[in-house]
Design a protein around this ligand. Structure first.
Ligand code: COA
Length: 395
């Protein structure tokens, strides 16, 4: 195929599947513990519950659980690259994707890499994948976003934790969404959210982060239009990164204002109301969040076939990208709506004491032989840490 023809091939998201955790903490339980009005959580930040990993769950088990149905449906042929994006990395050297590659039984002729830029990295992975598929449309790339969002107990960020993984198969002639050029890009060196290597919980300046996010919305949209992107009114819906779902509303109001539109709340709800359904009950899943917004939109909307959707991917620190995709006619035959709802509904609620114990749980760093309590009913589990090596198994 000539370079020009390859460039014209439609590429995008062929399949999308997500997984989350064994446990869930309702925000009413957190509110009762710290004396907060539950309305602050439900309406002020737009969160009703957050996923809590079992002791034997982590970014690898969630990533493998999200990706396994994709591999079952499409096989492994043509998958020569796995990109795993995460903020909550489990190793400073080895990619979490290599464990996932092994759990999924992918072939050895694969490149596997981990990407990091706070909550943004999965979008970089998506763009890298699109480039690979454009240059060789026979290839398919597995892009996985997997994160456990963890803040200090009793800190303001505590209410905006969560955990999930989204796996996407990027391919030519995709069944769900064609991703278009151009992208609008934005980077600014800010300290709104970060996690030094010696810390398990992230540090965040909440108000700084909201401000940095809003500036990034403006900056990436400005670049998007300068690069020749679509007009705002063309989009059927907007998927935003949602550290808490009210952030999407703040971001969209900012975009409407910046574009000189009045802020019509009915329009805001119409543009993004359906995208918050999973993030609202899963909580912040960092890299996965914007793609959970897409899953919620596709799983609930009336037929969007042929309609453009806007994406705003933000990662603190900060990097943002605005890009567009067009929903592929017939996409509804390829959705995983029932499995997605089951992943949310299967979680067992925990009380506050159990949540705290899980939050504080970590392996001793002594290099000994440490067995993990068997808790998850998911398909993969972290069985032990032996001699500093993580041992995973299929349940
Ligand atoms: N009923 C309804 N709404 C209420 C309320 C009540 N009883 N009490 C407070 N609220 C509203 C506030 O008015 C505010 O709304 P606004 O932002 O529209 O003004 C909202 O609830 C939050 O209140 P606030 O006092 O700002 O909360 P906080 O100091 O606890 O911080 C966050 C909230 C979201 C900033 C904090 O949880 C945080 O920093 N989370 C991490 C965010 C993150 O991960 N950022 C990095 C990635 S982008």
């Amino acid at each position: 195929m000539s370079e020009e023809m390859a460039h014209e091939t439609a590429v995008g998201i062929h399949d999308l599947s997500f997984a989350t955790t064994e446990f869930v903490l309702p925000h009413t339980v957190l509110a009762a513990h710290n004396g907060t009005d539950p309305a602050k959580y439900h309406h002020g930040i737009g969160q009703r519950s957050m996923s809590v990993p079992a002791a034997d769950e982590d970014i690898v088990t969630m990533a493998a659980a999200a990706a396994a149905p994709v591999v079952r449906r499409h096989g492994t042929d043509g998958i020569r690259t796995v990109v795993l994006a995460t903020e909550s990395s489990i190793d400073q050297a080895k990619s979490a994707g290599v464990y996932v590659h092994s759990l999924l039984g992918l072939g050895s002729a694969t490149r596997v890499v981990e990407l990091k830029q706070a909550c943004y990295a999965a979008t970089a992975g998506l763009q890298f994948a699109l480039g690979l598929v454009r240059s060789d449309p026979a290839q398919r790339v597995l892009v996985i976003a997997s994160d456990v969002s963890k803040y200090e107990l009793d800190s303001p960020g505590e209410a905006t934790q969560g955990a999930a993984a989204v796996a996407m198969l990027i391919a030519a002639d995709p069944a769900l969404l064609t991703i278009e050029e151009p992208s609008g890009l934005f980077t600014a060196d800010v300290m709104d959210f970060w996690r030094p290597n010696y810390r398990e919980a992230a540090l965040v300046d909440g108000q700084e982060s909201i401000g940095a996010y809003l500036l990034a919305v403006q900056g990436s949209w400005k670049d998007y239009t300068e690069q020749g992107g679509r007009d705002l009114d063309e989009f059927a819906a907007f998927c935003y990164h949602q550290p808490f779902t009210k952030m999407a509303y703040k971001a969209h109001r900012q975009l409407l204002n910046y574009c000189g539109h009045g802020v019509d709340e009915d329009r805001v709800t119409r543009d993004l109301g359906l995208t918050t359904a999973y993030n609202n009950v899963i909580g912040n899943s960092y890299t996965a969040s914007v793609y959970l917004a897409l899953a919620a939109l596709l799983d609930q909307a009336d037929d969007l076939g042929g309609r453009p959707v806007g994406f705003l991917s933000y990662g603190s620190g900060s990097v943002a990208e605005f890009f567009a995709g067009t929903v592929v006619p017939g996409y509804r035959d390829h959705l995983r709506t029932a499995a997605h709802r089951a992943a949310v509904d299967r979680r067992t609620p925990v009380d506050h004491a159990r949540y705290r114990a899980l939050h504080q749980y970590s392996f001793p760093a002594d290099g000994g032989d440490h067995i993990t309590p068997a808790e998850t009913t998911g398909p993969f589990r972290l069985a032990a840490l032996r001699g500093h090596k993580r041992i995973y198994e299929t349940s």
